[in-house]
Design a protein around this ligand. Structure first.
Ligand SMILES: Cc1cc2nc3c(=O)[nH]c(=O)nc-3n(C[C@H](O)[C@H](O)[C@H](O)COP(=O)(O)O)c2cc1C
Length: 226
Protein backbone atom coordinates (compact mmCIF):
# COMPACT_ATOMS: atom_id res chain seq x y z
CA UNK A 1 0.00 0.00 0.00
CA UNK A 2 1.31 3.46 -0.89
CA UNK A 3 1.48 6.24 1.72
CA UNK A 4 -1.46 8.14 0.20
CA UNK A 5 -3.59 4.98 0.17
CA UNK A 6 -3.02 4.54 3.88
CA UNK A 7 -3.63 8.18 4.84
CA UNK A 8 -6.64 8.68 2.60
CA UNK A 9 -8.10 5.21 3.10
CA UNK A 10 -7.82 5.01 6.90
CA UNK A 11 -10.88 5.77 8.92
CA UNK A 12 -11.92 4.84 12.41
CA UNK A 13 -13.23 1.27 12.59
CA UNK A 14 -15.92 0.54 15.17
CA UNK A 15 -17.06 -2.93 14.12
CA UNK A 16 -14.73 -5.96 14.02
CA UNK A 17 -14.79 -9.62 13.09
CA UNK A 18 -14.07 -11.99 16.01
CA UNK A 19 -10.95 -13.26 14.21
CA UNK A 20 -7.90 -13.01 16.52
CA UNK A 21 -4.93 -10.81 15.60
CA UNK A 22 -1.58 -12.62 15.71
CA UNK A 23 0.81 -11.25 18.33
CA UNK A 24 3.65 -11.07 15.74
CA UNK A 25 1.55 -8.76 13.56
CA UNK A 26 0.86 -6.45 16.51
CA UNK A 27 4.58 -6.41 17.31
CA UNK A 28 5.32 -5.46 13.70
CA UNK A 29 2.77 -2.63 13.86
CA UNK A 30 4.14 -1.33 17.16
CA UNK A 31 7.68 -1.34 15.75
CA UNK A 32 6.49 0.73 12.77
CA UNK A 33 4.51 3.11 15.02
CA UNK A 34 7.47 3.69 17.29
CA UNK A 35 9.37 5.31 14.42
CA UNK A 36 7.20 8.33 15.34
CA UNK A 37 9.14 11.41 16.41
CA UNK A 38 9.13 12.44 20.07
CA UNK A 39 10.41 15.36 22.06
CA UNK A 40 14.19 14.95 22.51
CA UNK A 41 13.63 11.35 21.43
CA UNK A 42 12.29 10.61 24.93
CA UNK A 43 9.84 7.99 23.58
CA UNK A 44 7.62 8.35 26.66
CA UNK A 45 5.06 5.81 25.42
CA UNK A 46 4.34 2.25 26.53
CA UNK A 47 1.68 -0.16 25.35
CA UNK A 48 -0.47 -2.67 27.19
CA UNK A 49 -1.85 -4.99 24.53
CA UNK A 50 -4.88 -6.82 25.87
CA UNK A 51 -7.01 -9.63 24.50
CA UNK A 52 -9.15 -12.55 25.71
CA UNK A 53 -10.27 -12.85 29.34
CA UNK A 54 -8.61 -9.71 30.74
CA UNK A 55 -10.15 -7.62 27.96
CA UNK A 56 -13.57 -9.11 28.67
CA UNK A 57 -13.16 -8.18 32.34
CA UNK A 58 -12.29 -4.61 31.34
CA UNK A 59 -15.35 -4.41 29.06
CA UNK A 60 -17.58 -5.67 31.87
CA UNK A 61 -16.07 -3.35 34.50
CA UNK A 62 -16.28 -0.28 32.25
CA UNK A 63 -19.88 -1.00 31.33
CA UNK A 64 -20.95 -1.70 34.88
CA UNK A 65 -19.36 1.44 36.35
CA UNK A 66 -20.54 3.73 33.57
CA UNK A 67 -24.09 2.39 33.81
CA UNK A 68 -23.94 2.90 37.58
CA UNK A 69 -23.10 6.56 36.94
CA UNK A 70 -19.56 6.42 38.36
CA UNK A 71 -17.93 9.68 37.23
CA UNK A 72 -15.12 9.24 34.73
CA UNK A 73 -11.59 8.93 36.09
CA UNK A 74 -9.45 9.70 33.08
CA UNK A 75 -5.87 10.49 34.02
CA UNK A 76 -5.36 13.43 31.66
CA UNK A 77 -6.78 16.93 31.54
CA UNK A 78 -9.90 17.13 29.40
CA UNK A 79 -10.32 20.93 29.25
CA UNK A 80 -13.84 22.25 28.75
CA UNK A 81 -16.22 19.32 29.07
CA UNK A 82 -18.56 20.75 26.44
CA UNK A 83 -17.46 21.96 23.04
CA UNK A 84 -18.87 25.16 21.55
CA UNK A 85 -18.81 26.85 18.11
CA UNK A 86 -17.02 25.11 15.25
CA UNK A 87 -15.73 22.38 17.55
CA UNK A 88 -19.25 21.48 18.63
CA UNK A 89 -20.35 21.61 14.98
CA UNK A 90 -17.65 19.13 13.99
CA UNK A 91 -18.45 16.86 16.94
CA UNK A 92 -22.14 16.83 15.98
CA UNK A 93 -21.20 16.45 12.29
CA UNK A 94 -19.37 13.17 12.70
CA UNK A 95 -21.95 11.86 15.21
CA UNK A 96 -24.68 12.53 12.64
CA UNK A 97 -22.69 10.69 9.95
CA UNK A 98 -22.23 7.69 12.25
CA UNK A 99 -25.85 7.61 13.45
CA UNK A 100 -27.18 7.96 9.92
CA UNK A 101 -25.00 5.06 8.76
CA UNK A 102 -26.19 2.95 11.71
CA UNK A 103 -29.84 3.92 11.24
CA UNK A 104 -30.03 5.42 14.74
CA UNK A 105 -32.71 8.10 14.93
CA UNK A 106 -31.99 11.28 16.92
CA UNK A 107 -34.79 10.58 19.37
CA UNK A 108 -34.03 6.86 19.78
CA UNK A 109 -32.44 7.05 23.23
CA UNK A 110 -32.19 3.28 23.57
CA UNK A 111 -30.17 2.85 20.37
CA UNK A 112 -28.03 5.84 21.25
CA UNK A 113 -27.29 4.35 24.65
CA UNK A 114 -26.44 1.06 22.91
CA UNK A 115 -23.92 2.90 20.77
CA UNK A 116 -22.30 4.51 23.80
CA UNK A 117 -22.09 1.15 25.56
CA UNK A 118 -20.41 -0.29 22.49
CA UNK A 119 -17.62 2.24 23.03
CA UNK A 120 -17.27 1.22 26.66
CA UNK A 121 -16.86 -2.37 25.40
CA UNK A 122 -14.05 -1.26 23.11
CA UNK A 123 -16.36 -1.83 20.16
CA UNK A 124 -16.10 -5.58 20.86
CA UNK A 125 -12.67 -5.54 19.24
CA UNK A 126 -10.49 -8.63 19.72
CA UNK A 127 -7.59 -6.46 20.91
CA UNK A 128 -7.26 -3.26 22.89
CA UNK A 129 -4.02 -1.30 23.13
CA UNK A 130 -3.72 0.97 26.16
CA UNK A 131 -1.22 3.74 25.49
CA UNK A 132 0.51 4.92 28.67
CA UNK A 133 3.44 7.21 29.39
CA UNK A 134 6.15 7.32 32.03
CA UNK A 135 4.77 9.21 35.03
CA UNK A 136 8.11 10.87 35.67
CA UNK A 137 7.40 12.98 32.57
CA UNK A 138 3.99 14.09 33.87
CA UNK A 139 3.30 17.81 33.53
CA UNK A 140 4.95 18.32 30.15
CA UNK A 141 2.54 18.90 27.28
CA UNK A 142 5.17 17.33 25.03
CA UNK A 143 4.42 13.92 26.52
CA UNK A 144 0.74 13.63 25.50
CA UNK A 145 1.76 15.19 22.17
CA UNK A 146 4.26 12.36 21.66
CA UNK A 147 1.61 9.78 22.62
CA UNK A 148 -0.63 11.30 19.95
CA UNK A 149 2.11 10.96 17.38
CA UNK A 150 2.72 7.29 18.15
CA UNK A 151 -1.02 6.54 18.26
CA UNK A 152 -1.60 8.08 14.84
CA UNK A 153 1.36 6.14 13.48
CA UNK A 154 -0.08 2.99 15.05
CA UNK A 155 -3.51 3.28 13.42
CA UNK A 156 -1.91 4.03 10.07
CA UNK A 157 0.50 1.10 10.39
CA UNK A 158 -2.44 -1.12 11.31
CA UNK A 159 -4.38 0.08 8.27
CA UNK A 160 -1.42 -0.67 6.00
CA UNK A 161 -1.68 -4.31 7.17
CA UNK A 162 -5.44 -4.57 6.64
CA UNK A 163 -6.32 -4.01 10.30
CA UNK A 164 -8.80 -1.42 11.55
CA UNK A 165 -8.61 0.66 14.71
CA UNK A 166 -10.25 3.47 16.61
CA UNK A 167 -8.36 5.67 19.03
CA UNK A 168 -10.75 6.32 21.90
CA UNK A 169 -11.28 7.83 25.31
CA UNK A 170 -14.35 5.74 26.03
CA UNK A 171 -12.25 2.68 26.88
CA UNK A 172 -10.38 4.52 29.63
CA UNK A 173 -13.25 6.44 31.19
CA UNK A 174 -12.86 4.13 34.17
CA UNK A 175 -9.10 4.03 34.50
CA UNK A 176 -8.95 1.96 37.73
CA UNK A 177 -10.72 -0.91 35.94
CA UNK A 178 -8.19 -0.83 33.10
CA UNK A 179 -5.28 -0.45 35.53
CA UNK A 180 -6.38 -3.46 37.57
CA UNK A 181 -7.13 -5.93 34.78
CA UNK A 182 -4.23 -4.90 32.54
CA UNK A 183 -1.78 -4.82 35.46
CA UNK A 184 -0.63 -1.26 34.71
CA UNK A 185 1.91 -0.15 37.33
CA UNK A 186 1.73 3.20 39.14
CA UNK A 187 4.73 4.63 37.29
CA UNK A 188 2.57 4.72 34.13
CA UNK A 189 -0.13 7.27 33.31
CA UNK A 190 -3.01 5.97 31.17
CA UNK A 191 -3.31 8.20 28.10
CA UNK A 192 -5.62 6.57 25.56
CA UNK A 193 -7.01 3.32 24.31
CA UNK A 194 -7.02 1.93 20.79
CA UNK A 195 -9.47 -0.79 19.76
CA UNK A 196 -7.84 -3.00 17.12
CA UNK A 197 -8.92 -5.85 14.89
CA UNK A 198 -10.04 -6.98 11.46
CA UNK A 199 -12.72 -4.62 10.09
CA UNK A 200 -16.21 -6.08 9.72
CA UNK A 201 -17.00 -4.99 6.16
CA UNK A 202 -20.74 -5.32 6.83
CA UNK A 203 -20.72 -2.89 9.81
CA UNK A 204 -22.26 0.33 8.42
CA UNK A 205 -20.34 2.87 10.55
CA UNK A 206 -17.05 1.53 9.20
CA UNK A 207 -17.72 3.15 5.84
CA UNK A 208 -18.13 6.67 7.27
CA UNK A 209 -15.56 9.10 5.92
CA UNK A 210 -15.42 12.04 8.32
CA UNK A 211 -15.00 15.58 7.05
CA UNK A 212 -11.97 17.83 7.33
CA UNK A 213 -11.58 21.57 7.25
CA UNK A 214 -9.62 22.79 4.26
CA UNK A 215 -5.93 23.63 4.15
CA UNK A 216 -7.03 27.20 3.44
CA UNK A 217 -8.94 27.27 6.72
CA UNK A 218 -6.20 25.64 8.75
CA UNK A 219 -2.98 27.10 7.38
CA UNK A 220 -1.59 30.62 7.42
CA UNK A 221 1.24 31.05 4.96
CA UNK A 222 3.72 33.77 5.84
CA UNK A 223 6.34 35.23 3.53
CA UNK A 224 5.12 33.42 0.39
CA UNK A 225 3.94 36.53 -1.45
CA UNK A 226 0.53 36.13 -3.06
C1 LIG B 1 -7.97 11.56 21.16
C2 LIG B 1 -9.09 10.85 20.46
C3 LIG B 1 -10.16 10.37 21.20
C4 LIG B 1 -11.21 9.70 20.55
N1 LIG B 1 -12.21 9.16 21.31
C5 LIG B 1 -13.20 8.46 20.68
C6 LIG B 1 -14.21 7.80 21.45
O1 LIG B 1 -14.18 7.82 22.68
N2 LIG B 1 -15.17 7.13 20.78
C7 LIG B 1 -15.21 7.07 19.40
O2 LIG B 1 -16.12 6.43 18.86
N3 LIG B 1 -14.25 7.66 18.65
C8 LIG B 1 -13.25 8.35 19.26
N4 LIG B 1 -12.25 8.93 18.51
C9 LIG B 1 -12.28 8.81 17.04
C10 LIG B 1 -12.69 10.15 16.41
O3 LIG B 1 -14.08 10.34 16.56
C11 LIG B 1 -12.29 10.15 14.93
O4 LIG B 1 -10.89 10.01 14.82
C12 LIG B 1 -12.71 11.42 14.21
O5 LIG B 1 -14.12 11.54 14.20
C13 LIG B 1 -12.21 11.43 12.77
O6 LIG B 1 -12.68 10.30 12.08
P1 LIG B 1 -11.70 9.25 11.40
O7 LIG B 1 -10.78 8.70 12.46
O8 LIG B 1 -12.62 8.19 10.85
O9 LIG B 1 -10.92 9.97 10.34
C14 LIG B 1 -11.21 9.58 19.13
C15 LIG B 1 -10.10 10.03 18.41
C16 LIG B 1 -9.04 10.65 19.06
C17 LIG B 1 -7.86 11.11 18.24
Amino acid sequence: MQFDDVILGRRSIRGFTPEPVPRELIEEILALAMRAPSSMNTQPWNFFVITGEPLDRIRAGNTERNLAGVPHSREFRTGAEKFTGVHRDRQVGVAKQLFTAMGIAREDMEMRQDWVLRGFRQFDAPVCVIVTYDRILDGSDDTPFDCGAVSTALVNAAWSRGLGAVINSQGIMQSPVVREHAGIPDDQVIMKSIALGWPDETFPANSVVSERKTVEEAATFVGFGD
